[in-house]
Design a protein around this ligand. Sequence first.
Ligand SMILES: [Zn+2]
Length: 253
Amino acid sequence: MSDAESTSKHDIRKYIVYETCLMELFEVCPVCKRVCTVKNKVLGTFISVKQLCEYCEYSRIWQRQPLLDSTPAGNLQLSAAVYISGASFFKLQRAMHLQIFLYDTFRRHARMFIEPAMVHKWNHSQNVMLQQLSEERKVILGGDMRADSPGHCAKFGSYTMMDLNTKTIVDLQLVQSNEVGGSSHMEKEGLKRSLALLDARGVTIDSIVTDRHPQIQKFLRDNNITKFYDVWHMEKELQSNYIKLAKPRTARK
Ligand SMILES: [Zn+2]
């Protein structure tokens, strides 16, 4: 498919049509006005209707949506919409008796089309961003890790690096705790990998804003990278210590 063709199909507006309303359109022969024989073929959200008039031999095949090779465009686009929005396939399926394809089909769409497309798009965008950053002199980054569960039992952590001048995510690193000897080491590893990538792409960092984790502080100090504290982390700490703060003690440095 050329870009122009797929874009135009993607941009066409779609409607939800109730089966009873749809089938009304095929009940009567448009030529002789007598009752027709009607047969349906359903594939997920796709339906085609074959209408045949046994009196005047009028016939037609009507399709509800365009096909991309043999895949109905609507099926693929619905999979993409569910996947990209983070919605639940099963909840959507149950919500309103929507005629939809099987979960296996959704996973196949994700595996074969959506995930490769997202990875391709991300790699391309990241290359462009890193190229631009490598030409800038005052690159200020913000970095932090998000873990799959709170506390010290997290299995995965994703480290996110943002360019604070443009407020754009420039890198993501996924770290698994057993790669680095425990979840408490994930944050430093994520930061380290991200900085190594930026360095390999020729990005010179002016400074980084991050949290006050001692390992992180030490790592940045050892690597001579100017650091600033993320106020959000301090605010969070203040909130959790609110009661203690009512009885002031020596402020932490
Ligand atoms: Zn007819």
